[in-house]
Design a protein around this ligand. Structure first.
Ligand code: CA
Length: 541
């Protein structure tokens, strides 16, 4: 037997102790197990950061959401890894990129058997609830929740049917609730706060809204808001996509050509009951008659569509902001606010007419960047702004850190706790990897991946018939209208970003070949060529 001297054992113990201490130094230590903070995640669907006044006062005032910025931290660079609803939600739950959690595009079914942070928090002694939008498939009940009440699929704006699993046993009953869905989701959240069965436990509440997703149906109480004003148009409403990759022209997501009658409220709207429909039609009926009588064409018609779209979108935000206020008020009134982390975020950003677009998907600023505002009394400095590159991928690691538990193997996110304390670690990420896969699919946005470092972006549209690069410099060109790829002045930046991209893909284990079906070079999904049939079936106006 090999003998070990007492001196080397001491050195070994010392080394272990140092390692443990070093490991603990970065971890959050609550005063006691019972005093771990509650977590309230208010998660919107398609809420553009441009429509939050704490980010930009141009379009709307959102005093309640802004409270989180005033009393906490606003993140200017929160990125999503794949800017589309289902994949972003899967990334939140698992802390992993699409290629690692298996959810690449809408319509995939989430593998609920894998590690998720709500399961980990439940094991760590949190009481957990999911209320509102799930959108990861109805094939199985959401796992890791003591209570869930979820919208089915995308969910409606009015009178939602919901799947209720009151005790988290996986058996669900369908219930139907009358009301405006943004209000309903908040009502259910407040009820859950009131009725929590085990009030001694810290809790996790995920309040996930349908709004402001397409088709942007406002609450009846907001139908007159903004009507007498002209909302400012984005400078790029009539973008010609000159000088940029072909993918920007081949999309099918313009306000001018893609919006259907339902988007524009020019047909009978779904889901309203008789009383609601009467009120709705009393407002939109005369407006629509005036529009039809005006017989608008060309740019005037696009401008009208933009106004109809943006006003309805902002009205949806109005209800969202009010409902954030209801949650914050409840936390204040019950004294819970002091030990509760409140997060407001969205599954991704959204185009509000920039480049002539609505929808998301692209690695451009409006859609890759999502709002993130966090208030954690005693940690986030009131009124602070962070420029650190953070992501919804970091939520899982953050919540596990707060709950004193560990993330599952192979996670790609990092705990934001030190960032929330205002001191990002020195080795915090300096580039972020992005990858969009949903093609062919809605809106015909071509597959692409790339890296962003806060100023520069390198994107690659990698399909066989594409193979085009886009190099962005946000400082020189904040609206991303130019392509600096192969510009000699950017040779050094380009080389550096290529290296960062290769490194990121290797480090994250992104498969060399896209695992989804490749698309043939001869593209049968050209939107312009199938335009007449499409206009007929979808009611494009
Ligand atoms: Ca979404």
């Amino acid at each position: 037997m090999r003998s070990v001297s007492s001196g080397s054992i001491c050195a070994l113990l010392l080394a272990c102790a140092t390692m443990i201490l070093a490991g603990c130094a970065a971890k959050f230590e609550p005063a006691s197990w019972a005093e771990r903070p509650n977590i309230v995640l208010i998660f919107a669907d398609d809420h553009a950061w441009q429509a939050i006044s704490a980010y930009s006062p141009r379009l709307i005032e959102t005093p309640n959401i802004d409270r989180l910025a005033k009393e906490g931290t606003l993140f200017r660079n929160c990125y999503v890894p794949n800017s589309i609803c289902g994949p972003s939600r899967a990334a939140v739950l698992t802390g992993k990129y699409s290629h690692a959690n298996g959810f690449y595009r809408n319509g995939n079914q989430f593998d609920g058997g894998q590690w998720t942070f709500p399961k980990a928090l439940q094991v760590a002694g949190y009481e957990t609830a999911l209320i509102g939008k799930w959108h990861l498939g109805e094939h199985m009940a959401p796992q890791g929740f003591d209570y869930s009440c979820t919208l089915i699929g995308q969910g409606p704006y009015y009178n939602p049917a919901m799947l209720l699993d009151e005790d988290g046993d996986g058996k669900r009953e369908e219930i139907s609730i009358t009301g405006y869905t943004t209000d309903v989701v908040t009502d259910l959240t407040l009820d859950w706060f009131e009725n929590r069965k085990e009030s001694g436990k810290p809790f996790l509440a995920m309040t996930q809204h349908k709004a402001p997703h397409r088709p942007w149906m406002p609450a009846l109480r907001h139908l007159d808001e903004f009507e007498d004003e002209t909302v400012p148009e984005p400078e790029t409403l009539f973008d010609d996509y000159e000088g940029r990759p072909r993918a920007t022209r081949l999309q099918d997501m313009t306000i001018a050509h893609t919006m259907v009658k339902r988007d524009l409220k020019l047909e009978e709207m779904p889901d309203l009951n008789e009383e609601q429909r009467a009120q709705w039609n009393a407002v939109y009926g005369p407006r629509n008659e005036a529009f039809l009588a005006a017989n608008l064409e060309g740019d005037d018609l696009v401008r009208w569509k933009y106004q109809r779209y943006i006003k309805d979108y902002l009205r949806c935000i109005r209800a969202m902001d009010e409902n954030v206020g209801r949650i914050l008020d409840y936390l204040d009134e019950t004294g819970l606010a002091e030990n509760t982390i409140v997060i407001y975020s969205s599954d991704q950003g959204f185009f509000l007419g920039e480049h002539g677009w609505f929808d998301k998907r692209w690695m451009y600023e409006e859609s890759m960047k999502t709002p993130l505002l966090v208030r954690w009394p005693g940690h986030t400095k009131p009124g602070s702004v962070s420029e650190d590159l953070v992501s919804v991928l970091d939520f899982a690691a953050t919540f596990c850190d707060v709950a004193g538990t560990t993330v599952g193997e192979g996670g790609h996110g990092r705990s934001l706790v030190p960032v929330l304390d205002g001191r990002a670690p020195e080795d915090w990420r300096d580039v972020f990897y992005y990858h969009y896969y949903e093609y062919p699919g809605w809106h015909a946005v071509r597959k692409h991946y790339g890296v962003a470092d806060g100023r520069y972006k390198l994107m690659y549209f990698y399909e066989l018939d594409m193979r085009e690069w886009h190099l962005v410099d946000l400082e020189a060109d904040p609206q991303e209208l130019r392509n600096f790829y192969d510009d000699p002045a950017y040779a050094e930046v380009q080389a550096r970003l290529h290296e960062a991209l290769d490194e990121a893909r290797a480090e994250l284990g992104v498969p060399e070949l896209d695992p989804l079906e490749s698309f043939p070079a001869d593209d049968p999904f050209k939107p312009r060529e199938r335009e007449p049939a499409r206009r007929k079936t979808l009611g494009v106006f």
